[in-house]
Design a protein around this ligand. Sequence first.
Ligand code: 0X9
Ligand code: ZN
Length: 303
Amino acid sequence: RLSTERYYTHEEILNYIDDLAVRYPSRVFVKTVGWSYERRALKTITITNGDQRKGKKLIFVDGGFHAREWISPAAVLYIIDQLVEQFEQNADLLKDYDWIILPVVNPDGYEHTQTGTLARMWRKTRQPYGACYGADPNRNFDFHWNEEGASSSACADTYAGPTAFSEPETIVVRDLMHSLSDRGVMYLTLHSYGNYLLYPWGWTSDLPDTWEDLDEVARTGAEAIENATGTVYTYGSSTNVLYIAAGASDDYGFYAGFNVSITMELSGAGSIGFNPPVTRIDEFVTETWIGIRAMAEKIIEKY
Ligand code: 0X9
Ligand code: ZN
């Protein structure tokens, strides 16, 4: 059973999903979809209700874009636990939808923050660029790439990369998005911290034509969390409620055809922002799930 009492290593995360695929062979499928720069496996877990229907609608979730945001993979694992181990309580979320989940987009960075010297606050990938390392995977997507809120300097934390899709990890996410977008309804990417539910656009302050639909989904998540826990999530377009930053995965997923695309910035503030003590993992991931569950229900009702 999943532990929310500690942070998992990337290898433990892969072992956890591999084990679920063995234990639930009719409902759970794990696939290696690519490799990080340092050749760690990028694996997706597809969760179904076992009815074998092809072409069901789909929710795509990922985490671990930014290495130091440890609560993100932890929350992704909790989503997986709920949909697989607590299937009976969540069967409504899998009746007409499959979920495909990539728990750690940037495993090289994640591993670096767990094992490297003075590396806890690392954000980027680990491909070398001259004397520095890594691009910001959330500035590396080819949609208004490097226009705003990104850096062209290889040593910067928001380095967009030498070109769009310079990182093998973002190519994997891009290719997944394109392969799924004909049935993909919601793309959800988990980051930390600050308690936000963000929707496109992040490259401009203009809103997409369907912004009221996006706003309704985000508001549903925020209200569910506040009603259950009192935690206040701010929702709105990325540019308007947080800051402008182009080349991120949320904008790309929306442009690639997902009806709804949401970046969730989980709980955490101040000195525990990127570093929630292990005693608070459970609280943060269960709170996150309340919001995600409510958004998924709204998605299933609307699309
Ligand atoms: O800056 C980011 O990549 C995200 N915040 S974080 O603190 N986790 O780094 C926010 C991304 C929001 N989306 C867009 N700007 N498109
Ligand atoms: Zn982030």
